[in-house]
Design a protein around this ligand. Structure first.
Ligand code: LLP
Length: 447
């Protein structure tokens, strides 16, 4: 369904703070996050033994600290993400490699999970002795060689590609032959043998089939994982359902049935536990579910013009700030905030709707970059869409919603635009959690 909602609402507040106040204090473009929403989403997933945040979705240290405060653990896909996890207070422990502790319910705070080790990543993993989830057979050999040299006889987990996947775009489908991800499901015995050659053993099975919108695909993963875990055998102590839980980007999606999803996975876990004769830990590894809804990109209207029959509104944020629409044709809700509105009102929730909206027309919402694809309202394949929006004027703000996941973390310096600031709002208090880059920052690294 690609039909946009009939009318984008007007917003005057975000997380209880007047939007013009946020823009005046911190500038635009600006990422804002609602801490209460993140906490709520973390608590939703409490049935799972462990929620491991896929920090690639939103890796600001303050967000990671908030996750930690909620008892959420973390994954890392690079030396940089390991450094972030450590800086946020996640700590490796000797128990991370102790089968008895894991069997008794210990979950490592940080797991390195990727399809490759670059040299910086493997050095950092070895230095901090982090557990590894291997997404390709070569990773087992590269890790095994280093472990053997150090006399470490560790467990490793395998990320398996079950031969099917699902994504909101082909680019976010991480299963099947068309995806580079994971150990192919028929190569499991070979991987177990490789691990054993280095004195390692396979202590976990993980699947992440993609970032989609449809729960029915996710429910099928349990069956596939159960088959692979039985093939590996009773060395398996932990299973991971991966990420992929969606979030209501359009507002009209059915709510995610967390309890039903947990039941599917808990049944898999219980059958494995009885087959193995010991307890099996169950992890989930979401990114979008935890943070997408909490975040918005605030941007100021800088031009309003007509191109033939189409109305355009051009703002000061572009795909350098939020790449998802340009990259995947992803839908983000866009709301308007008139300049100077909401100053004397108390907003109680994340989004407060004004009483009397101005007239609405259809607008293409675009950014400042030198590319025709720099458009926030488009469908897959680069088709530009006009969307209903209350008539904006220069100096009004647009609020691009659902931007908390893969927003800031996929931003770039294209067109030599500095990365923007991030603000976390908790109990009505906005706090700068990352200053904007300056142009001097951009030039400083160049020789
Ligand atoms: N686990 C692994 C191994 C992953 O590769 C990912 C996402 C996740 C968990 C979390 O997936 P989520 O729950 O967020 O769907 N940039 C795209 C999504 C790509 C995700 C890459 N890996 C987007 O903006 O939709």
């Amino acid at each position: 369904n690609t039909t946009p909602p009939s009318v984008s609402p007007i917003l005057t507040h975000f997380a209880g703070v007047p939007i013009p106040q946020l823009a005046a204090e911190f500038g635009t473009p600006l990422y804002v996050y609602d801490a209460a929403m993140i906490r709520q989403r973390a608590r939703d997933l409490a049935p799972f033994d462990v929620t491991r945040f896929a920090q690639k979705a939103c890796s600001n240290l303050s967000i990671l600290r908030l996750m930690r405060d909620e008892g959420v653990l973390v994954d890392a896909v690079s030396a940089g993400e390991i450094a972030r996890a450590l800086a946020a207070g996640y700590a490796p422990s000797e128990k991370d490699h102790d089968d008895a502790a894991i069997a008794a319910g210990h979950h490592p705070a940080i797991v390195y999970t990727a399809d490759v080790f670059d040299r910086a990543a493997i050095d950092t993993v070895i230095e901090h002795d982090l557990p590894v989830n291997c997404g390709s057979p070569d990773m087992i050999d590269q890790y095994g060689e280093r472990c053997q040299a150090l006399g470490r006889r560790h467990g490793v987990t395998l990320r398996i590609n079950p031969g099917f996947g699902h994504g909101h775009s082909q680019k976010t489908n991480t299963g099947g032959e068309g995806s580079k991800h994971g150990v192919w499901h028929t190569e499991v015995a070979d991987c177990v043998a490789r691990a054993e050659r280095w004195g390692l053993r396979v202590t976990g099975v993980h699947m992440h089939i993609g970032s989609g919108t449809d729960m029915s695909h996710l429910h099928k993963v349990g069956e596939a994982l159960e088959r692979i875990a039985l093939e590996v055998g009773s060395s398996v102590l932990t299973i991971s359902a991966g990420g992929g839980l969606s979030t209501p980007y359009r507002g009209d999606e059915p709510p995610i049935d967390v309890a039903g999803y947990y039941n599917t996975w808990n049944a898999v876990r219980e059958r494995l536990a009885s087959a193995f004769g010991h307890a099996v830990n169950l992890e989930i590894e979401p990114g979008r579910y935890l943070v997408a809804e909490s975040g918005a990109l605030l941007t100021e209207v800088r031009a309003v013009k007509k191109q033939g029959t189409l109305n355009y509104v051009l703002v000061d944020a572009g795909f350098n700030n939020l790449a998802r629409p340009a990259m995947y044709g992803a839908y983000h809700p866009v709301s308007m905030c008139p300049a100077g509105s909401g100053q004397d009102k108390e907003g109680g929730s994340s989004a407060t709707t004004a009483d009397c909206p101005p007239p609405t027309a259809d607008f293409v919402i675009a950014g400042p970059l030198c590319e025709s694809g720099d458009v926030f309202t488009q469908k897959d394949g680069g088709i530009v869409e006009a969307r209903p929006l209350p008539q904006p004027t220069i100096g009004d703000y647009l609020v691009i919603g659902g931007a908390g996941a893969y927003g800031y973390t996929m931003a770039s310096n294209y067109n030599s635009k500095p990365l923007c600031a991030e603000v976390l709002i908790e109990n009505g208090q906005p706090r700068l959690i990352r200053r904007a880059q300056t142009v001097d920052d951009l030039l400083a690294a160049e020789l």
